[in-house]
Design a protein around this ligand. Structure first.
Ligand SMILES: [Mn+2]
Length: 244
């Protein structure tokens, strides 16, 4: 029986302030604690607040995290990564150098006789046409090419601006609720084909048993430090305490 861990929305920052560094350390401690404790790790988007990689360069601030991921993979852990709305400009570093299974929109597959549908969630929020257009543009080949062509300092400045544009939008609790309802409705439509439908994005940890199977939101690592653990029929929403 495999132990499966799902987490999302770490929002690891490059060149962050002191608080960001403490948060980054907590994330690394958590990922490290999975060594010997987990068979499949599913990272469901917005792991990095911003990811850009060039033909020859990656961001050195992320090294510690990447090192631990690499260690997990070397020890036989299967690492599945689904892009979020902050981390999508991936090249081949994660897949070819680290051995991560990388998916742009969603992962669908069977693990231990359970059928999983994993997606960040930003595709399934309702009444968000403006965002869907924005998503298409920033993920387009041409924007990716522009970002990769500039010197890292300039690209990162540009990327930070774009990422801030997406965050500046009003995000009231009402809007959040509506967004999540869209995600739950989408999950309900998938029920015949899947047992576990997991998303992130809203930063609100949730475990909702549906007619059969579950809708799970793995929450975030800014306020909740939440993650999902699945072992056989045991499906749990847990909160990481690094002092334990
Ligand atoms: Mn998100």
């Amino acid at each position: 029986m495999s132990k499966i861990v799902i987490a999302s929305d770490f929002h690891i920052k490059y060149s962050g302030n002191e608080a960001d560094k403490v948060q980054y350390d907590t994330v690394c401690t958590f990922i490290k604690s999975l060594l010997g404790n987990c068979d499949v790790l599913i990272l469901n988007g917005d792991i990095f607040d911003l990811w850009i990689e060039w033909q020859t360069v990656i961001i050195k601030d992320f090294f510690n995290f990447l090192k631990i991921i690499s260690e997990l993979i070397d020890n036989g852990v299967r690492v599945i990564y689904v892009s979020g709305n902050h981390d999508f400009w991936f090249g081949n570093f994660l897949s070819d150098t680290l051995g991560v299974e990388l998916y742009q929109d969603y992962f669908s597959g069977t693990i231990d006789n359970k059928r999983f549908y994993i997606t960040h969630g930003d595709l399934h929020t309702v009444n968000d046409t403006r965002y869907h257009i924005y998503r298409k543009i920033v993920r387009s080949f041409i924007v990716k090419l522009i970002v990769k062509t500039f010197h890292p300092t300039i690209s990162l400045w540009l990327g930070k601006k774009l990422s801030r544009t997406s965050r500046k939008r009003p995000n009231t609790s009402k809007l959040k609720q509506r967004q999540e309802q869209g995600m739950i409705d989408f999950a309900e439509k998938l029920l015949d084909d899947y047992d576990i439908i997991a998303m992130g994005h809203t930063h609100q940890p949730k475990l909702i048993p549906l007619k059969k199977g579950y809708y799970i939101n793995s929450g975030d690592w800014i306020n909740h430090f939440s993650y999902v653990s699945i072992e056989g029929d045991k499906v749990e929403l847990l909160y990481f305490n690094k002092d334990n």
